[in-house]
Ligand binder design. Sequence first.
Ligand SMILES: [Fe+2]
Ligand SMILES: [Fe+2]
Length: 172
Amino acid sequence: MLSSTLQDAMNEQMKNEFFSAYLYMAMAGYFQSEDLPGFASWMRVQALEEMTHGEKFFNFICDVDGRTELRPVAGPKNDFTLPVDAFEYGLEHERFVTERINKLMDLAREEGNHAAQIMLQWFVTEQVEEEASFSLIIRKLKRVEGDGRGLLLLDDELGRRTFVPPAAAAGG
Ligand SMILES: [Fe+2]
Ligand SMILES: [Fe+2]
């Protein structure tokens, strides 16, 4: 059972997750245009993960006999001046998502919706990881600032990230 308030908030968050996928694909395009295929690949993996986050909301709404509503997704920012700007923009976006997830959790608590709280708990943990991974890459980018070789090494490192489907991921 989903209250109409919680259902509305979950549909809105589903949209935010799909928007995240759209934003990170835009960043993949930016990195591709900068000849940084490793960064682009990292962003593609990030976008795939965000699609699975959107699906988690979709599945949950269906499982509790709610009604899904796919809302319009805004156009993302496509251009950045420097690689670090893209990651800083991404970190800001992740902080916004964390805030939304926290608000959703508050709502689920107020309503005493235990199933929703357990489902949202996964997202609370995930957001800690999301912010941490963006922050770490920002620190690494700042460390190699102006050093082309350092940037290429980082490109190599990020290019090794692979997409782990949610069923195989811990806690997914
Ligand atoms: Fe997400
Ligand atoms: Fe995210």
